[in-house]
Write a protein that binds this ligand. Structure first.
Ligand SMILES: Nc1ncnc2c1ncn2[C@@H]1O[C@H](COP(=O)(O)OP(=O)(O)O)[C@@H](O)[C@H]1O
Ligand SMILES: [Mg+2]
Length: 739
């Protein structure tokens, strides 16, 4: 859309005309004088007067004559030059308007003052006011193109993002926010990328919990969560039933006005009965599958919940068709409980009864990380993921209510990546407005406006989007209506091209009007084609800010993430060593395999020592500095396993790979390889100090490498020398002996 508005008066036009005439005159005089001078020099004639104006007047008055062909050639060249320059200027001024590139649009967008509200200084001031300590003052969103300075959302600002698929949401928003978080983090995802990139880094801050009921990251259930621990009141039972029902409902499903609410209510009472009777959550599914079962009625009545007991009895006594409909609806909501791979995560389980139970209350009081993974489609665990997210965030809210000022002392970052697929949290739009003030920083990442509408409806999505303190659009959207709204918010600008119209009145009078077109700074098509690496921030109360996005791998933590990414932290418990921990113990202190090192304490205190103090393992390009390895035999030569593998083993043991020999460049992603190499390293250190290196080769290195490098039956059998390819665990059927 564009509008016309009068902009210049006739006087302005006359002034401009006079300026153009004067300019033309000056150019003419100068060109003539230059031609005279050139001609005089070439044709050996007396030079013209030094003053160009005097020389031209003298020529015009006939006091001097035109020098000859040299001057004529110079005049022709000058005329051609003036014409070319004139055409370029005219095209620039009056030609068709060139479209703004997205970056050029920044001139018409947020001013430096608008930007100041999201500057590092302002965010630092907010963090100081809120008493939040940390290395960054808020969630860093990108670098503003107009100032070249970073833009932050402070710890009170909730955020919502729409970036199309593969636009960099995870790389440039989710991962950097998690790496910078000052306290606990809850992160959802439908891929393993977030976990792989951040878990080892985050392990330095506190415990890491990966909830992976659908094996998105092939995480074994080393802990469990009891959803019934959330059900402490009738109200909470109803809330949990509503959360599960909403998250379980297919996106386009039509609701039944009778059976849906009735089924949800029955489920709430059954959840309450199971929680009160201390039965596993799987009994809820058993009850929904058997509409004649009166056990929940008895439990509820015994616990004093008479009306809920009566309500369940009422459904049991209702006509068969109605009863089947209500029970069937409840059964469908909890149908994910039929899958033992999923229930392993929410029941104490048969196989490993000593697994720790996750407590949302304890979690929010610390600085740990909870990753919640689920994949859309059949057997979807999204209802459980949503329920655990709700339980954790509500625990944070309760802690905030008990804390001074009604806010968490350290903010909880809740990054809902792929929220529409993984965390279909019905009440989310209502929470946006006040969670910021509670110290709960919500970040909801969506691929499109339509995706949000499918979960929360048009009204709910509008509410979520408008109640977020910061909205970020990262490109890739195709909905013209949504993009049209963004384009309107970004606003208009007046391009330089003008149009002049002359109108003659009846009485012979003329009036001249100059009009300037007002055009959109960024049209819908510009927003649809927003280039990679750009995002537009729509803050509340300020003009939109164009930012350059910052993928984590170009950020301050890149190196540290790279060196820790993809390891299997489960090994920390198994092998008894943290791969990241500086290990300065003497070799005889190394008890292979099972001496737990103070994992987090060590990591927090020192971390990332590449070499033990006093040892120098210089590695020349062609191999290992053997002389340095021979020195200081009682000091460990390497401080961590990775250094040893990279700088010693891989340099000394050289093989042509192929045939029966293989290796994995990401060996640390194989539990077996890491444990074997850990043992090899410890033995190597011991052999150095005791002078028994030959035994190390024959008794330790050769047999381990024979297994590790075997393409036929080693742990790297599926990998190539360039690429890691994981193998699944061996099949195991529990025999119940652990009960
Ligand atoms: N600013 C950027 N410039 C270039 N490539 C990027 C940028 N941000 C992300 N990428 C790349 O784009 C791909 C998709 O990124 P990802 O964060 O997984 O997208 P999304 O989460 O939106 O699906 C990745 O390969 C990533 O490295
Ligand atoms: Mg992603």
């Amino acid at each position: 859309m564009s509008a016309m508005r009068p902009s210049r008066t006739v006087e302005e036009l006359l002034t401009k005309l006079a300026a153009v005439l004067l300019g033309t005159l000056i150019v003419l005089v100068l060109c003539t004088w230059l031609a005279l001078r050139f001609g005089a020099a070439v044709d050996h004639r007396p030079p013209p007067a030094g003053n160009p104006l005097a020389a031209v007047i003298s020529l015009a008055a006939g006091a001097t004559t035109w020098p000859g062909p040299g001057a004529s050639a110079a005049a022709a060249a000058e005329t051609a030059l003036v014409i070319v320059v004139g055409v370029v200027v005219a095209r620039h001024q009056f030609g068709p308007r060139r479209r703004l590139t997205v970056d050029a649009a920044v001139r018409h967008m947020a001013s430096r003052r608008d930007h100041a509200a999201f500057s590092g200084e302002r965010a630092t001031a907010a963090a100081t006011r809120l008493g939040v300590q940390g290395t960054v003052p808020g969630v860093r969103i990108g670098v503003a193109l107009n100032t070249g300075k970073p833009v932050y959302g402070n710890w009170e600002m909730t955020q919502a993002d729409i970036w199309g698929a593969r636009r960099g949401k995870t790389t440039s928003r989710v991962v950097p926010a998690i790496l910078d978080a000052p306290g606990a983090v809850v992160a959802t995802s439908n891929k393993r990328d977030v976990v792989d990139t951040t878990r080892t880094f985050r392990a330095d801050s506190g415990p890491v919990w990966v909830f992976d009921p659908q094996a998105v990251a092939t995480e074994p259930p080393s802990w469990w969560w009891n959803p019934l621990s959330y059900v402490t009141t009738l109200d909470k039972a109803a809330r949990l039933a509503a959360v599960l029902a909403h998250a379980a409902r297919p996106v386009a499903a039509r609701q039944d006005a009778f059976f849906d609410p009735k089924g949800e209510q029955l489920l709430a009472f059954l959840l309450l009965a199971a929680a009160t009777g201390h039965t596993p959550i799987t009994t809820v599914f058993e009850w929904t599958a058997d509409p004649t079962e009166v056990m929940p009625v008895d439990i509820l009545r015994a616990a004093g919940y008479d009306l809920p007991a009566q309500a369940v009895q009422g459904v049991i006594n209702s006509p068969e068709k109605q009863r089947a409909g209500v029970y069937g609806t409840a059964e469908k909501i909890v149908s994910f409980l039929v899958n033992p791979a999923i229930t392993e995560w929410v029941t104490r389980g048969a196989a490993a009864r000593n697994r720790p139970e996750f407590s949302p209350q304890d979690f929010v009081a610390g600085a740990g990380t909870l990753y919640l993974l689920s994949r859309e489609g059949q057997g979807n665990a999204a209802p459980l993921v949503t329920a655990l997210t709700v339980a954790t965030v509500e625990a944070a809210e309760e802690l905030a209510t008990r804390s001074p000022g009604g806010r968490l002392p350290v903010p909880l970052l809740c990054v809902l990546d792929e929220a529409a697929n993984v965390c279909r949290w019905k009440d989310l739009p209502d929470l946006y407005s006040h969670y910021g003030s509670r110290g709960i920083v919500l970040m909801t990442m969506l691929q499109s406006w339509a995706q949000g509408v499918a979960v929360w409806g048009e009204e709910g999505m509008t509410r979520l989007w408008s109640s977020a303190s910061i909205r970020v659009y990262g490109g890739g959207e195709v909905d013209p209506c949504f993009l049209g709204n963004l384009s309107q918010l970004i606003g208009d600008y007046a391009p330089r091209a003008t149009s002049v119209s002359v109108q003659r009145g009846r009485a012979g009078s003329t009036s001249t009007t100059t009009a300037t077109r007002v055009e959109r700074i960024l049209e819908v098509s510009d927003l649809a084609a927003l280039p990679m690496g750009r995002a537009i921030l729509f803050p509340s109360g300020s003009r939109p800010i164009l930012v350059r996005t910052e993928p984590w791998y170009r950020g301050p933590h890149a190196e540290r993430v790279r060196t820790t990414r993809g390891r299997e932290p489960v090994l920390d418990g198994w092998a008894g060593y943290d791969l990241r921990t500086r290990d300065t113990r003497q070799p005889d202190e190394h008890v292979d395999g099972h001496t737990p090192v103070g994992l987090r304490a060590d990591a927090a205190a020192g971390q990332y020592g590449r070499r033990a103090t006093g040892a120098s393992v210089g590695v020349p390009p062609d191999g290992v500095n053997l002389a340095s390895l021979a020195r200081e035999p009682t000091t460990p030569a390497c401080s961590d396993l990775e250094s040893w593998v990279q700088e010693v083993l891989a340099q000394v043991v050289r093989r042509r790979l192929g045939g029966h020999l293989t290796w994995c460049p990401e060996w640390y992603r194989h539990a077996e390889a890491t444990m074997r190499l850990m043992s090899l390293w410890k033995e190597w250190e011991r052999a150095r100090s005791e002078g028994t290196m030959s035994n190390w080769w024959l008794d330790h290195c050769d047999p381990h490498l024979a297994v590790l490098m075997s393409r036929d039956n080693g742990p790297f059998m599926a990998c190539t020398e360039k690429e890691h390819r994981p193998l699944g665990p061996l099949p195991v059927v529990p025999n119940g002996l652990g009960r």
